[in-house]
Write a protein that binds this ligand. Structure first.
Ligand SMILES: Nc1ncnc2c1ncn2[C@@H]1O[C@H](COP(=O)(O)OP(=O)(O)O)[C@@H](O)[C@H]1O
Ligand SMILES: O=C(O)C1=C[C@@H](OP(=O)(O)O)[C@@H](O)[C@H](O)C1
Ligand SMILES: [Mg+2]
Length: 175
């Protein structure tokens, strides 16, 4: 048992939204590493960052991802920073990882000023997002089998693109 698709990418790329759509299309369950952590902890991600700090969150996130990669037989969306943890990258090896890309303008527009993403809640979310993209793009690309630019696509169209990217693999796996 392991995921049929693992979605990675920066905040606002649409991993959670598209992941849900994709799971509905495929008739499989959907889960999200952020939801797993929040459920296990009984707290919101923003509260975990505030009281325990980012490093503690990354440990919880790694455990959540490892568990889902081993047990979740559906679509898995990761939190945007998960692939920055070395252990997560090692665990992702061999899985059908799809990178949902988003540019600075669309990414900032989509995440808005929501306090739900503590990393972007500082004084200059645009500068923070830009630095985050610079640091993470090479990592996302190194880990993913496919990359989909989402800036000009509605979530349904992104789901179509993920399906198209993965269908040759699914065929080979007899799914
Ligand atoms: N392709 C898209 N086009 C327009 N808005 C989108 C798209 N994908 C996601 N969104 C919106 O952007 C916000 C962040 O999406 P979300 O799925 O939470 O992203 P992620 O999980 O990658 O951080 C949500 O309000 C969602 O409705
Ligand atoms: O980029 C990040 O480091 C984070 C992204 C968030 O998930 P989304 O990418 O789903 O917003 C969430 O895991 C946490 O706020 C940290
Ligand atoms: Mg998400």
């Amino acid at each position: 048992m392991s995921p049929v698709a693992v979605l990675i990418g920066p905040p606002g790329a649409g991993k959670s939204t598209v992941g849900q759509l994709l799971a509905e299309r495929l008739g499989v369950p959907f889960t999200d590493s952020d939801t797993i952590v929040e459920t296990q902890q009984g707290r919101a991600i923003s509260d975990i960052f505030l009281s325990d700090g980012e490093a503690a969150f990354r440990v919880m996130e790694r455990e959540a991802v490892a568990g889902a990669l081993a047990e979740h037989d559906g679509v898995l969306a990761l939190g945007g920073g998960a692939p920055m943890t070395e252990g997560v990258r090692a665990d992702l090896d061999g899985h059908p990882v799809v990178f949902l890309a988003v540019g600075l303008a669309a990414g900032v527009r989509r995440v808005g000023l929501s306090t739900a993403r503590p990393l972007l809640a500082g004084v200059n979310p645009r500068a923070t997002f830009s630095a985050l993209l610079q640091e993470r793009l090479p990592v996302y690309r190194a880990v993913a089998r496919h990359e989909i630019a989402t800036d000009d696509l509605e979530p349904e169209a992104v789901a179509d693109a993920v399906l198209a990217a993965l269908s040759p693999e699914a065929d080979r796996a007899g799914r």
